[in-house]
Design a protein around this ligand. Structure first.
Ligand code: SF4
Ligand code: SF4
Length: 247
């Protein structure tokens, strides 16, 4: 699910500019089975946009867990739909042993204790408890990941070394992608631009080693990525180019 029920300025998933589209669960099932044959993965995050908008989110949890029995699974959400989720959703989280990570955005800060408490009453593990999550300080920590086709911020290798998004390898429609730069396709479509998109690697056409090597190497686009990212104050998106691209 690439779109989102929130609308954050400079969203790294470019969700404010994305169309409403749902991951095909049958295809996903085939893809994760194929991936599991090729790679051992320590942690898989299931996210969006907003993952809870997917009408088959329960099924997705089972599909991923069936393929990756030993991997830590984390479901990322902005929490806005928590109180509306059916029992089957909470059951799936528990049965599939999935951590639930709720990012609290500034407009909903007051609701945070209630949200976390509600998740705990459902018997589900909250990822924030692990000390990892940054939810409460989103306003302070909001980061703008800017790209510029016209500027070079440093050699690609150096920018890649400094980038902490490089661990966010994405699986989408049978392809693996390096990082959220994949989502810049929504930017292109919305603004009728032609930013060069990152290459995806078909998981059926490459071996595990080849895939790993491909998605953990610097790309030409890294030179145009402004790393480290600027700190910024969280706000709603106005869907302006400057939220994502520096002229
Ligand atoms: S909640 Fe997350 S995915 Fe949704 S717009 Fe905000 S940053 Fe993007
Ligand atoms: S293009 Fe390179 S530097 Fe930019 S987010 Fe992706 S991996 Fe990081």
């Amino acid at each position: 699910m690439q779109s989102c029920n929130l609308n954050c300025k400079g969203c790294a998933s470019v969700s404010p500019l994305a169309e409403e589209a749902f991951v095909d669960v049958c295809q996903l099932e085939k893809d994760v089975k194929e991936l599991a044959k090729k790679l051992t993965i320590r942690t898989i995050s299931i996210d969006g946009g907003e993952a809870l908008l997917h009408p088959k989110i329960d099924k997705i949890l089972y599909v991923v867990r069936n393929a990756f029995s030993k991997t830590q699974l984390v479901l990322l959400s902005n929490g806005l739909l928590i109180f509306k989720m059916p029992d089957s959703f909470w059951r799936a989280l528990k049965e599939c042993d999935v951590w639930f990570s709720v990012t609290i955005y500034p407009p909903f800060k007051n609701k945070a204790p209630e949200m976390f408490q509600y998740v705990r009453t459902k018997g589900v593990k909250v990822y924030k408890d692990d000390g990892y999550h940054d939810g409460y300080d989103m306003n302070k920590d909001w980061r703008k990941c800017l790209y510029s086709p016209n500027k070079t911020y440093g050699p690609a290798e150096e920018q890649y070394k400094k980038c902490d998004m490089k661990v966010c390898v994405l699986l989408y429609e049978s392809h693996l992608y390096h990082c959220p730069m994949f989502y810049w396709k929504y930017y292109n479509r919305y603004f009728h631009e032609e930013l060069e998109l990152i290459k995806g690697y078909n998981i059926y056409q490459h071996g595990g080693w080849e895939l790993m090597k491909a998605v953990t190497s610097p790309m030409p686009q890294c030179a145009h990525c402004k790393i480290p990212w600027e700190r910024d104050t969280w706000d709603y998106s106005k869907r302006e180019k400057s939220e994502w691209v520096e002229e």
